[in-house]
Design a protein around this ligand. Sequence first.
Ligand code: NAP
Ligand code: MN
Length: 267
Amino acid sequence: MTDQRRNLYFYYHQKTELQDKLEALFQLARDNDFQIVENSKDANIVIAVGGDGAFLQAVRKTGFRQDCLYVGIRSENEAGLYCDFNIDDHDEMIEAMKNAEVEVRRFPVIDTTINDESTFSCLNECSVRSTLIKSIVIDVYIDDLHFETFRGDGLIIATPTGSTAYNKSINGAVVDPKLPCFQISELASLNNNRYRTLGSSFILSGERTLNLKVRQDGNDYPIIGMDNEAFSIRNIHDVTVNLSEKVIKTVKLKNNTYWDRVKRTFL
Ligand code: NAP
Ligand code: MN
């Protein structure tokens, strides 16, 4: 990697069984003239150790930095869609460190604005779900078009890399992250002669705006999930989703395209 990128920040959960492997990793970094910094603000490479959940947290806790490269290292039994390295495979890491021309890949991010007030970025998805037993009613607008009125458990708005997570569990399509877009999928919609929704997932171009108006009918206590964090405030009435100008940059290794990782994880 280039000389400017020598400050590493490690993000991981304190687990004793990982400690030895982490120490070996730190030593490997020092032996290769990297510096390990204690404050993520001083880093130009943020390394998440764990699995996809750890990667999502590392990105969120460091504020979706645009001047940083993110690297995922998986310890065993994690999915690793965001993880290019295995914690035990030091050779591969050394190879990547030596290669000054490591390519960078960019993952799309979505921005979610709640009640026209606060905006949050998401790398996997934004989920809007009812917290009550009753169904939630949401008017769905695409740009200025009133597209449908949703009644059911909620809606999931996924990025391309988030398409293999929650989105996939509810039969959404897996989307190539080279496409700047986002996907909307339903959680248990009511469909009958009174209530009608599209019923299938749909994918919007990154130039479009999705606007969700939560009907204030006494069942308007949605919980908003941003990747693996919950955002619960009362009186959420408006959720707007756009493709962000931000992207998450990760290293691109040989023989490890997005579709290699999808195949490795699911097939
Ligand atoms: P979790 O409940 O431990 O995550 C569920 C699983 O999703 C984990 O195995 C996790 O992998 C995996 N995962 C996360 N991002 C992924 C991605 N982009 N592609 C494929 N698999 C992915 O919670 P978590 O680890 O903090 O992850 C948060 C994510 O869980 C949320 O963003 C949401 O997508 C997903 N989730 C899924 C469901 C569902 O499928 N019904 C419900 C709630 C949340 P690791 O084991 O490597 O962490
Ligand atoms: Mn997890």
